[in-house]
Write a protein that binds this ligand. Structure first.
Ligand code: SAM
Length: 233
């Protein structure tokens, strides 16, 4: 496992070209079985991924490559990883959604489109430069009701809890306890676990009862940046 990042270049593609590429990418993700739910499909068709990618990589927006962002070890994940996480979570209208690792802001905006007006999105980023970059992207596109937090997402965001769905976009040593506490009964959490550079386990956890631990299953192998902070490495 590993990524080959194409060389930076001055962006040339038009809005229309990006729209065509977005439609083609969504069709492909449906055919490959990553994308199924109508709301997630609609969100991926609507949100312009190129708006979340630094200028010099912008023309590669729909390639299956994670691109570097301002800040230490931050990336925007590959296009397929968003439906991989959100379909497994069962993210849907009305959910109270917590994202740990805002990165570019793309995942939070997709989440906002999926949960809709009756839901809520909280996203936490630990790196100040990355946070500022994401904030600029999110506000420029007009998503003023996403709750953005600069801090350690391993600690969650207790004042927004409980959450129906939690998505951690950096690989953890184990599921951080504060996030287990902030997960609603019946809620789901998804996270990469492990620190191997060759692949980590993508784990889906469900809180079925208030006293017992989470029901956990491994979905596939992934490769993510490592979690920082109190519950990080
Ligand atoms: C793969 S990137 C996130 C991609 C993002 N979801 C997007 O759509 O662009 C992982 C992010 O997690 C952040 N991160 C790492 N440890 C963190 C922590 N303890 N709390 C919050 N964010 C953290 C990194 O700074 C990085 O921006």
């Amino acid at each position: 496992m590993g990524w080959v990042i194409p060389p930076p270049k001055r962006p040339k593609k038009t809005k229309e070209v990006f729209l065509e590429e977005r439609k083609r990418k969504v069709s492909l993700l449906i055919r490959r079985g990553f994308l199924k739910s109508p709301r997630i499909i609609k969100a991926m068709l609507k949100v312009p991924r190129e708006e979340f990618i630094p200028d010099f990589y912008r023309d590669y927006a729909y390639l299956e490559v994670p691109f570097p962002l301002p800040g230490a070890n931050a990336t925007i994940s590959c296009p397929h990883s968003y439906p991989l996480f959100y379909e497994a979570l069962g993210l849907r209208e009305g959910d109270r959604f917590l994202e740990v690792g805002t990165g570019s802001g793309y995942g939070a905006v997709l989440g906002r489109e999926i949960v809709g007006d009756s839901g809520k999105v909280v996203t936490v980023e630990i790196d100040e430069d990355t946070y500022n970059y994401a904030e600029e992207n999110i506000r420029r596109l007009g998503y003023s009701d996403i709750i953005m937090v600069l801090g350690d997402g391993g600690l969650g965001y207790p004042s927004g809890a409980p959450y129906d769905k939690i998505c951690i976009t950096a690989s953890c040593p184990r599921i951080p306890e504060p996030l287990v506490e902030q997960l609603a009964l019946g809620g789901r959490l998804i996270t990469p676990i492990g620190r191997s550079e060759h692949g980590q386990s993508l784990v889906l956890a469900e809180k079925k009862s208030p006293d017992e631990g989470l029901n956990v299953k491994v979905i596939t192998e992934v490769l993510y940046v490592l979690l920082r902070g109190v519950y990080g490495w």
